[in-house]
Structure formats: structure tokens, C-alpha cells
Ligand binder design. Structure first.
Ligand SMILES: [Zn+2]
Ligand SMILES: [Zn+2]
Length: 308
């Protein structure tokens, strides 16, 4: 059986995301680790740094804005409810590809803090969108991402949490819409062992990779294998797409109700190469006829799994 869950809100505490996940039948959970709307300011940057100085001997890097209680409650809840593979997603404000020096620096700082936070919570992977090159070129954008990740790795040495670069729909100048761009980032960094990939089904489809027929699905996975390889793929985002193939517009739809269709998900759910790779829904929340929509989507996916 594939391992499937969903993104959940941390409102009320990090452990609440685990409770929400469990209550709708998730086996794994994705969450934001903190206030995603706030940039790190000088004060919390300093605090993060002094924490690091205090604890660098035992590599117990400490993150800002998290208490010991937050961490303990979160870990205890995962254990108690049997929810596995917690995954962190970074703030959408972060742009590691920015040609604007100030924005790039702020993004690197914010990403370092996010890495500390995820590590402190015991979360093995932190997902990020590679960023947008805006006024510069694709090549310059990729180089900026590589420089940023090298700097993050340098400043978080000894930390277990690894970064997962997410495939994107390629809206505007957003990087990550081709497997080649992501492969260039993996190849470019000094320490590729600290990186992996998160594949979003909606995004790759919107970026132009078809999945709807068995032939399409196989060809897309072959393209992924040839460029990035399948081993760096540590997570999937399972979302249907409101917009058509190659539209480069990122709009998530409920499973089987978008342009991707049910077959694409059936191929993925039964692809034994990914049976140990956790998969997370990022579909709209809410209820339908009194039923929770996450529950409906999870059931749709589980029904596709063929017995063998
Ligand atoms: Zn995603
Ligand atoms: Zn998306």
C-alpha cells in the first residue's frame, strides 16, 4: 500500500496538525513549521545564532520560536496516533533564485531558520519551491539557487533535515518546471546528499508532463529517472489539476475531478517503485455533504490500489 496523507494546519499548536491528520485518516502529514507570513528580523536572527553558538558542540541546533513543549507535544502526538513521515513546507515568500541581493539574502536567512525549526521538530525533510529568476535568466536563477543552498548547508552543518526541491508548474519565471532545471541544481551544489526532490502531480502536469495514459505516465517517469533519477524522490504531492497540460498555471483540484483524471493517480498508487515514498494531498479543505474532503480524497486514492 502507498503511504498517503495530507497537509494540515498548525493552528493551536504543531501537535494539532497531527491530530487533524489522524482524524481524517492520514498516515503521513505535511505542515508549515511557523508563521509563514513573517520575515526573520534581526532580533530572532541573533537569537538563532546565539543558540547555535551555545549548542554547536553537540550539534543540537536550536530553532527560533519553538518551545521544548511544542517539540515534545508534536513528537508525542505522532507516536500516540501512529502518524509517520512528517514533512515541512517552507514559506512562499522565500525566493532563493532572486537576482535582488537583499531579497536573496533575506530568503537564505529565512530558509536557514526554517531548516533549524524542522530539525528541532525532528522533521527529516523541508520542501521548498526553487524560486523565480524574475528579471535575470534561467541560468542565473539556477546559479543563485545553488549558491543559496550551499550557503544554507554551510550554516546548518550537522543538521539532519534535508531540503527537497519541488517540481513547479512554471508560472511566470518560476524555476523547477523541467526535470533538467532541478537536475542542474542537484548537480551544482557541493553537498547533493543533503538534497532531494518532491514531485507534485499537479505541477508537473501543468508544466507539460502528461500522466493520463499508461504510455504517458511511463514516459514521464522515464524522463524523471533519466534526468534526476528516482532515488532523490523523497515525497509526492498528490493533487489533481484544474488547468490543462502545459498551462503553467498552478491550481489544485480534488483527486479525479481535474484535468489529470483518475487514471494518472491509479498508475501512481500502483507504482511499486514509490511504495515507500510518502504522498501528501494539498487539495482544498472543507466538507461535502457532511463528509470531510481530505477523507473523500484519501478514500478515492485507496480504492485505486489494486490487490496482488
Ligand atoms: Zn506542492
Ligand atoms: Zn501547487
Amino acid at each position: 500500500m502507498p503511504i498517503i496523507g495530507a497537509h494540515q494546519s498548525i493552528a493551536g499548536g504543531h501537535f494539532k496538525a497531527v491530530e487533524r491528520a489522524h482524524s481524517v485518516g492520514c498516515e503521513c502529514v505535511q505542515l508549515f513549521t511557523g508563521d509563514v507570513k513573517r520575515w526573520p528580523n534581526r532580533a530572532n536572527r541573533k537569537a538563532a545564532q546565539s543558540d547555535r553558538l551555545l549548542t554547536k558542540n553537540n550539534n543540537q541546533w536550536r530553532a527560533k520560536e519553538l518551545t521544548d513543549e511544542d517539540v515534545q507535544q508534536f513528537q508525542a502526538k505522532l507516536k500516540e496516533l501512529g502518524v509517520a513521515h512528517p514533512l515541512a513546507h517552507d514559506s512562499y515568500l522565500i525566493n532563493l533564485a532572486s537576482p535582488d541581493r537583499e531579497l536573496w539574502k533575506k530568503s537564505v536567512e529565512a530558509f536557514i531558520i526554517e531548516t533549524f525549526r524542522a530539525d528541532r521538530l525532528g522533521i527529516p525533510y523541508l520542501v521548498t519551491h526553487p524560486g523565480a529568476h524574475t528579471t535575470s535568466s534561467e541560468e542565473a536563477g539556477i546559479a543563485a539557487v545553488v549558491r543559496a543552498l550551499d550557503e544554507v548547508h554551510r550554516q546548518t552543518r550537522g543538521i539532519k533535515t534535508k531540503c527537497l526541491l519541488e517540481t513547479t508548474a512554471g508560472q511566470g519565471s518560476c524555476l523547477g518546471r523541467t526535470f533538467e532545471q532541478l537536475a542542474a541544481m542537484l548537480d551544482g551544489v557541493a553537498d547533493p546528499d543533503r538534497l532531494g526532490i518532491c514531485v507534485d502531480t499537479c505541477h508537473i502536469f501543468a508544466a507539460g508532463y502528461p500522466l493520463g495514459t499508461e504510455k504517458d505516465y511511463k514516459a514521464t517517469m522515464r524522463a524523471l529517472d533519466k534526468t534526476i533519477g528516482l532515488k532523490p524522490v523523497k515525497a509526492f504531492h498528490v493533487n489533481d489539476s484544474l488547468k490543462p497540460l502545459g498551462s503553467r498555471v498552478d491550481r489544485h483540484a480534488h483527486i479525479g475531478r481535474g484535468m489529470l483524471g483518475k487514471d494518472a493517480f491509479r498508475f501512481l498508487m500502483n507504482d511499486r517503485r514509490f511504495r515507500h515514498v510518502p504522498m501528501y494531498l494539498e487539495t482544498p479543505k472543507g466538507e461535502e455533504k457532511g463528509k470531510n474532503l481530505d477523507e473523500i480524497n484519501l478514500r478515492t486514492l485507496r480504492r485505486m490500489v489494486e490487490k496482488r
